[in-house]
Design a protein around this ligand. Structure first.
Ligand code: DX5
Ligand code: ZN
Length: 239
């Protein structure tokens, strides 16, 4: 009888990123300080253009504000824009340290990722829940990370879509098999202790959470707990 070889998932650092979209905008500077004090790994900034998604959020000035208020808090930027290629440079100038664009954007994806990388920051490609995971494969050499949306992009506070889970394990296995084994895989939308644990088990290592973290009395305790849960669960559904 043939032996079944166990799959060894590449170890990855687990990271937690609160999404500023869920902050109290009346006291934004304090909310950014609260994220830094929580021990989170980065601040996630959601940019919506009212065209790619049916909502508007904020622009590069808020990225600059974050840099001014907490210069050491990593600024991670998710562009939900039809033409991210026309704006990514402005976000880099404002202080974005990772710029993510959607694979469904209406532009030359290869060129847009190459331009972000040429600007000296990290790149990421994002998929809507309905977009097949294979859409990413041609671009992986230009991606430092991939973000799977686990809600339809556009609004915070929506319910997690568990049909996205198999895409996470397909990509983790593909990355491990194709030499891209340091690929960061991130999830965003409806993330809480339970849904994060599921995503980690399927091979995600970075977790964006908006409403769940901002509604906590003690954001720091929730960030620590989320990280611990995900470190324990990471890759357990792949072995
Ligand atoms: C949704 C945004 C998310 C959003 C997540 O389009 O990309 O980052 O802030 O919010 P929650 O965690 O509340 O689902
Ligand atoms: Zn986001």
């Amino acid at each position: 009888m043939a032996a079944v070889l166990a799959y060894t998932v590449t170890p990855m650092k687990v990271q937690v990123l609160p999404s500023l979209l869920a902050a109290d905008f009346g006291r934004l500077a304090n909310e950014i300080r609260r994220v830094e004090a929580s021990g989170a790994d980065a601040l996630h900034l959601d940019i919506m253009d009212a065209h790619f998604v049916p909502n508007l959020s904020f622009g590069p000035d808020i990225v600059s504000l974050a840099r001014r208020v907490c210069p050491d808090l990593y600024r991670h930027t998710h562009l939900m824009m039809t033409r991210p290629d026309l704006y990514s440079g402005r976000f880099v100038e404002a202080g974005s340290q990772t710029v993510q664009i959607h694979a469904e954007a209406d532009c030359d994806i290869w060129g847009a990722l190459a331009a972000i990388r040429a600007d000296g920051v990290r790149t990421g490609l994002v998929l809507r829940p309905q977009t097949p995971v294979s859409t990413l494969f041609p671009y992986l050499s230009l991606c430092d990370e991939v973000l799977f949306m686990t809600v339809n992009p556009g609004y915070g506070g929506q319910a997690f879509m568990d049909e996205v889970l198999p895409k996470i394990s397909v990509l983790r296995r593909h990355a491990d098999a194709s030499g891209a084994n340091g690929l960061e895989i991130m999830v965003d939308g409806g993330i809480n202790f339970e849904t994060a644990e599921l995503c980690a088990a399927y091979g995600a290592n970075q977790f964006v959470a908006g409403s769940f973290l901002f509604k906590q009395q003690e954001m720091g305790a929730a960030v620590t707990r989320l990280r611990e849960i995900c470190e324990k669960a990471y890759g357990t559904n792949l072995r």
